[in-house]
Design a protein around this ligand. Structure first.
Ligand code: GLP
Length: 261
């Protein structure tokens, strides 16, 4: 795992946007795994700008989102379908037939999860997966207790996750209790992971995810098992990392990061 500490959220987000753009340029039909949340909104805004300036072509890119609420239709503006349209898909030249999200209204939820796993396999697997970090340590909606080998399935959301995400719901009592999510095992199968974490509210959980013992009670710790995972963070989110001077040293010395210094 590589941990990159940038001074502020803007620089961290810009670096992740640049890494995504480079990955798409290297492989125009990249299978890109997408995440949601406030952190990702800033990233998608930058990707839209890069696209507008002619630096990023989505015409062949294929996407898979990590998760979706159970019970919200694609048209519901609180769904992750609507989030992706609003923040990215409506503003770039992506072919909507190449964008994939779980259907949280499917009658057969197990069948829907199997369909998603099959489709990911059919597309050759996810090349680059974007990840945020939930305050309870989740990736996707893999809440505490999720098996580290889990596949796409339905999960109950914790009270903390419901409280954090209820801000997107005009009536917080309508915040769903359950979601469909790629499993931790599904995420670990992606060829590369790229996690973006900013802000001091994530400092304690980021330290556990990066430096703590690997545990299903905090599924973000599973990124330590992945052979190619980059975590980009700002100073605030990095403030509780014990090894931050070591991570800075690596960043200053690794040739692969020279263009970002
Ligand atoms: C939701 C998503 C996660 C995301 C998290 C972080 O819970 N399911 O994939 O990592 O939000 O959100 P934020 O960036 O708003 O803190």
């Amino acid at each position: 795992m590589q941990v990159i500490i940038r001074p502020a959220p803007e620089e961290a987000t810009r670096m992740v946007a640049t890494l995504v753009a480079k990955a798409v340029r290297a492989q125009p039909d990249l299978v890109l795994g997408l995440a949601t949340g406030l952190t990702m909104e800033r990233l998608y805004a930058l990707l839209v700008t890069m696209h507008g300036e002619g630096f990023l072509d989505f015409s062949l890119v294929r996407t898979f989102n990590l998760d979706e609420y159970i019970g919200l239709t694609a048209e519901d503006d609180r769904s992750y379908h609507a989030y992706m349209t609003k923040h990215l898909f409506a503003h770039v030249n992506i072919d909507r037939r190449n964008t994939h999200l779980l259907d949280g209204t499917a009658k057969d939820l197990e069948g829907e999860c199997r369909r998603y796993e099959d489709l990911i396999r059919h597309c050759g697997g996810i090349g680059l997966q974007l990840l945020g970090l939930g305050r309870d340590g989740h990736i996707g909606f893999n809440e505490p207790g999720s098996a580290l080998y889990s596949r796409t399935r339905d999960k109950s959301l914790t009270p903390m996750t419901r409280a954090d995400n209820a801000k997107h719901f005009a009536d917080p009592s309508r915040m769903p209790h359950r979601a469909l999510t790629m499993g931790v095992g599904t995420i670990l199968d992606c060829r590369k992971l790229l996690m973006l974490v900013t802000g001091d509210t994530k400092a304690a959980i980021l330290a556990k995810a990066v430096e703590g013992p690997i545990t299903s009670m905090m599924t973000a710790t599973a990124i330590q098992l992945h052979p190619s995972c980059t975590v980009v963070t700002d100073e605030a989110a990095a403030s509780r990392l014990e090894s931050k001077e070591y991570f800075r040293w690596i960043f200053e010395n690794e040739p692969q990061w020279a263009e970002f210094r």
